[in-house]
Design a protein around this ligand. Structure first.
Ligand code: C2O
Ligand code: CU
Length: 474
């Protein structure tokens, strides 16, 4: 035994006696070990579109797309050692998790980027059960577009009764004829229109024809939209799935409006799908978001096995709520956030680096969008809003553009309370709210997490094209 070990022993036994004396806060209880994972970001060659095509060189975690599904239980401490073997800097952002600012993975704002060959250890508690995901926040349009993303599942303390708990991480790729990734990232057409919408959609990293199910079973289906820009509107033909959570947070169970589960980039939905078909049947899952581009995502194919149980033998599932502070709407401070820019918009100029710049100058700098008249670039920003810790806020977001924008706030979940002046039915908690062209959406939250938090469009080309900013909570 060397002396370092002995010293550590002494320190540990010292801490133990302090604990016995009741002088250490419970949060430092060393008995609560973190669950540890390792992630390596690196290039890899994978088959995305089937064996008849060449493999695709991607960037990914642990050599697979999506990265490994990380599963912990609510309240667990998670520690992830990230090793960067990419040819450039990276970070990992834990999308939707209400974690301490220093673990948020935003380069230059919350940490130094991880250089090639370097490592960074993320460690935080997961306060909320639900479906989350992780991705780089460095050069995200290119790094996510090349395949870096994975699901983070925080299980409820008491497990939810379903036959299978399944994740479909949806990715969108722009591939050339030889199945290689098109290198035209951040081109001004994508930036100023709807973002980089690709030509291949994968479910868990592969183009799939079928998903096997059994009659009578009940599936919890966790959908994660990990695409740069594509919005999905999934219809499960012949089935009536119920939405039980959005962006990880429980919601009053409901059938999605018009039977379509709409997910902007970064958004998640947990569905309960009761397999009410008969053995041997097959049903399409169709994406109908873009009117002219409907396509079949895959088929639900029933095995020949007899039904697992009678359809009537199932209770409704309602998830326990997460410990999120309820905003006080009557005393909340109000702010307006105006989204401007893009093709067919009215924006003629914006503030760039503190100076007025006309639209041509903005374009020459790769920018096409603004929040409250400011086009942001790079990663260090002065906050455009400063909030007081634990105060309630209502933000009215006004989309003055001709495009959809999934607007994401880091470090918090917020309630979506109205759309175009109409109260929402479910006051759903989200971390990313999808705004249709010209739509006005009000959100409400308690600013209870101190730090500098990104607020940005999750169409990654819009984000890098200026639609981002920082909100400071002090
Ligand atoms: Cu999913 Cu700022 O990110
Ligand atoms: Cu946008």
């Amino acid at each position: 035994m060397n002396s370092a070990t002995i010293n550590r022993r002494r320190v540990i036994s010292g801490a133990a006696s302090l604990l016995a004396a009741g002088s250490l806060p419970l949060a430092n209880n060393p008995a609560r070990a973190a669950k540890e994972f390792r992630l390596v970001s690196a290039p890899a060659r994978l088959t995305l579109v089937g064996a008849q095509h060449p493999a695709t060189e991607v960037w990914c975690y642990d050599g697979r797309v999506p990265g490994p599904e990380i599963r912990v239980r609510q309240g667990d401490r998670l520690r992830v050692v990230v090793e960067n073997r990419l040819p450039e800097d990276t970070t990992v952002h834990w999308h939707g998790v209400r974690l301490p600012n220093a673990m948020d993975g935003v380069p230059h704002l919350t940490q130094k980027p991880i250089a090639p060959g370097g490592r960074f250890t993320y460690e935080f508690e997961c306060p909320d059960a639900g479906t989350y995901w992780y991705h780089p926040h460095q050069s995200s349009a290119e790094q996510v577009g090349r395949g870096l993303s994975g699901a983070l599942i925080v299980e409820e303390r008491d497990s939810v009764e379903v036959d299978r708990d399944i994740t479909w991480l949806l990715s969108d790729w722009r591939l050339l004829k030889d199945a290689s990734i098109s290198g035209d990232f951040k081109n001004m057409h994508d930036v100023s229109h709807g973002g980089r919408i690709g030509n291949v959609v994968t479910v868990n990293g592969a183009v799939r024809d079928t998903f096997e199910v059994r009659a009578g079973e009940r599936i919890r289906l966790r959908l994660v939209n990990a695409a740069n820009a594509r919005i999905f509107a999934l219809e499960f033909e012949g089935h009536a799935p119920k939405v039980i959570a959005l962006d990880g947070q429980p919601v009053e169970p409901h059938e999605p409006p018009s039977g379509r589960v709409v997910l902007g980039p970064a958004m998640r939905a947990d569905l309960i799908v009761d397999l009410t078909g008969a053995p041997g049947q097959s049903f399409r899952v169709v994406d109908r978001f873009y009117a002219s581009l409907n396509y079949r995502l895959l088929n639900l194919v029933y095995s020949e096995e007899p039904p697992l149980r009678e359809p009537s033998a199932r209770d409704h599932i309602r998830l326990p709520s997460n410990p999120i502070a309820e905003p006080a709407l009557d005393t909340a401070e109000r702010h307006k956030i105006v989204l401007g820019g893009g093709m067919m918009g009215q924006m003629r100029a914006a503030i760039l680096d503190g100076k007025r710049a006309d639209i041509r100058t903005l374009f020459q700098n790769g920018l096409a969008w603004a929040i409250n008249g400011v086009a942001a670039r790079g990663h260090v920003h002065e906050p455009f809003l400063t909030w007081s810790l634990n105060r309630s806020y209502v933000i009215e977001m006004v989309n003055e553009t001709a495009w959809h924008h999934p607007m994401h706030l880091h470090g918090h979940s917020f309630r979506v309370i109205s759309r175009n002046g109409e109260p929402t039915r479910h006051k759903e908690w989200q971390d990313t709210a999808l705004l249709a062209p010209r739509e006005r959406v009000e959100i409400a939250l308690v600013a209870d997490n101190p730090g500098d938090w990104m607020f940005h469009c999750h169409i990654l080309e819009h984000q890098e094209g200026g639609m981002m900013g920082v909100i400071r909570v002090v």
